[in-house]
Design a binder for this molecule. Sequence first.
Ligand code: AMP
Length: 507
Amino acid sequence: MNASLFSLFQSRFPADVTRPFIETEDGKIRNYAELDAVSARFANLLVRLGVKKGDRVAVQVEKSPEAIFLYLACLRAGAVYLPLNIAYQKGEIEYFLGDAEPQVMVCRPETVDWIGEIAARKEVPHVLTLDQAGGGTLIERSKDMKPDFTTVPVKGDDLAAILYTSGTTGRSKGAMMSHGNLAANALTLHRVWGFGPGDVLLHALPIFHTHGLFVAINCVLLNGTGMLFMPRFDADTAIRLLPRATMFMGVPTFYVRLLAHAEFARDIVRRMRLFIAGSAPLLTETFNAFRERTGHTILERYGMTETGMLTSNPLDGDRLAGSCGMPLPDLELRVADDAGKAVAVGEIGVIEVRGPNVFGGYWRMPDKTRAEFRPDGFFITGDVGKIDAHGYVYIVGRAKDLIISGGFNVYPKEIEDYIDRIDGVVESAVIGIPHPDFGEGVVAVIKQRPGGSPTADSIAQRLKGELANFKLPKRIYFLDELPRNAMGKVQKNVLRDRYKDAFGPGR
Ligand code: AMP
């Protein structure tokens, strides 16, 4: 049997393939027949370009139905889909193309000049373009391709996608996700969240990340129903579309913005069945305010790129503020001490997991992979948490030094490395400070050389264009010395305390 994720989706397509799959903001509808035909054309083009099973196809494009069809084309062709955040700039793209060695890179028309140069240097054979309106050389070159394609047979552990996560060491790691990993997680989520024939998802998340791509799109495809597609989240549009939707998935920032909107009220959400939140902690304040305003209780879940989703609050049963719910079926989750031994109920430790959705390892990083798995196969998430007597999981912090700003992960080390290379800088420490809108905001604290010249403005300018916007420090401070502990480690907790009001008092 073909274990392709696409074959699984196909087995769930509606009998009537003229049923809608994606409706875009202009009211245009792509149905399941178009999904099938366009993804087949793209798959035929990939094969024509020499893409073989296991070859990578890197994609940095705006959110559009065609981008989803390209993802599906990769699954059909047995290629490895490699989505990249559209915020990534030259430094990052150079690294990804060198590390992943894709056969094809698909980018936006406006970036093809500089990406083309990098691709040529990195010996990427083909560069194609795709714009948000569904134009570009990918479309032109696939027009004459046949609208049918026999899905390439794969095994469950063959790779379907690589998703890069920022590394604590500054180097991004490519999480290798297999067809089996993605299928297992999607089937579970589809079941536990009670997807059914009448469901319509309002899709407002980016599609280069596990949340918007695998959690949202894969569940909809398993359900064979449609979604309303927003190019990006904004509260006005969400409020206009929510009356037609039954499900919504968002990062906590989306919920904060909806609540800040004067028109967001009960009648807007009358058809809604389920609001889901994740990717960063949902504040109790937001959870409560949302329930009061709408009568709906947000269902919080927890997961990560490497593993897909791990826990969820129940569909039927108590959804608890501050908890990300219970481990999903088929998943083993333990809270462990430094040696990987489970601690007692209620005690704090690092969350470790094992299950069919957990990835096989990091692309071309066997040492890193080994370091993050226990000998018994449990993956060390790096999240610090506890489980209560009823089985609810609470995340209390992160062992890894991660900042989550607006739902995006920022690893301080990567930004510190860039800042430290600037003339006149001795060293830097990058921290996350509570931010009313983004959850956390990035703050850099810098030690200059004596008589050093860089200013906050000049440093900000230098980082722009090198790093994605969401990684750029929103505040830059200078200190004569960074505080250090007896072991010589910079005490980030001292800095966090010192600058805790950087984005407003008492946050
Ligand atoms: P990513 O790989 O980008 O999905 O980020 C995964 C990380 O986001 C996890 O390791 C957690 O630190 C954090 N995260 C995801 N969901 C939650 C949640 N519900 N509560 C707290 N942290 C979360």
